[in-house]
Design a protein around this ligand. Sequence first.
Ligand SMILES: *Cc1c(COP(=O)(O)O)cnc(C)c1O
Length: 369
Amino acid sequence: MKFNPVIEHLKVYEPGKPIELVVREFGIDPKDIVKLASNENPYGCSPKVTQAVQESAHLMYRYPDDSMMALKAGLCERFGIDDDQLIIGAGSDQVIEFACHAKLYGGAKILQSEITFAMYQIYAAQCGATVIKSPGIAHDLDAMYALYKEHEPEIIFICAPNNPTGDSLDRIDIENFIERIDHDTLVVVDGAYQEYAAFKDPNKAIDPAALIQKFPHVLYLGTFSKAYGLGGMRIGYGIGSTEIIRSLYKLRPPFNVTTLSLVAAEVALNDQEFVTMAIEDCFKQMEDYKAFALEHQIEAIESYTNFITYRLDGITDSTYIADALLRQGIIVRDLKGYGLNAIRITIGKAEENQRFFNVMKQLLNSGQE
Ligand SMILES: *Cc1c(COP(=O)(O)O)cnc(C)c1O
């Protein structure tokens, strides 16, 4: 059977290992497994969300409200934007997909930092686009600007804070960069971890309404998967000028978000207290990760997210460590595939983190190079 030749060269995205797989592969009791691999909220979601979803369960025989009126109203109020500046997707992933399909055709290019969220290049490659990468572990905006001038890409992706490194650009630097980009180029600003960054450092906080007001060529992305604890519900959003949103809407399949996901997101948005509790605890727990790193001479990248990245150069091999942790039921993310000898650890609850420290300590002391 013949397929679109573009598909032949595609790599399959490797998500964090699900708990089920570790249970099966290593015969570990699910209750002994600590998953610190997918940047999920260890506190789950707001109990109000769980209750609302249970109470709405009887609605699942009906198609969802395709106007997504209630959630859109909530997001418009929260961000101070208009209805026609907003699109909701099955995860912000789906909005990335829409953006790629909307802009990439006939030998198009995207520009991104070398070590960033893997889905940008996967969707771009599905559209047959070429991926241009600026080198370095952090976004290098000067290098990106030079590459933009050289290649004239259709989309530039900026991930702030960046996954899988956890660092974040300052808002002012992002704005100064976008200022110099022609309005025919779509600049996607991925704010999947903005709730964390805004809490930790106001200089990193991005106000999507102000951003799209200034720049009609920006698409801002947000998600309910991280701080709101709704990864399993697959719901996220894009905010941009009406011109951009109108085009993305044409690519949206009807009923792209489920009834229960809409309910969950709407209620989650109204419980900011829960989100603040989770973020506060995340940064409190992160102090232990920094202390552990210091004690073991590991370089921990300063993080504005709910995960921390340990660079292991000169200490050990990230794949060895990730595998050895996995055998003991602790799932982290090996970043070797990104070209980094590093592991990314989602900040868990105190007792989960303690399990990680105990096993990690043993592994480091056993001296495997
Ligand atoms: C998790 C994540 C997303 C999207 O997640 P969805 O679950 O699809 O909303 C987007 N960008 C980055 C950088 C992420 O880490």
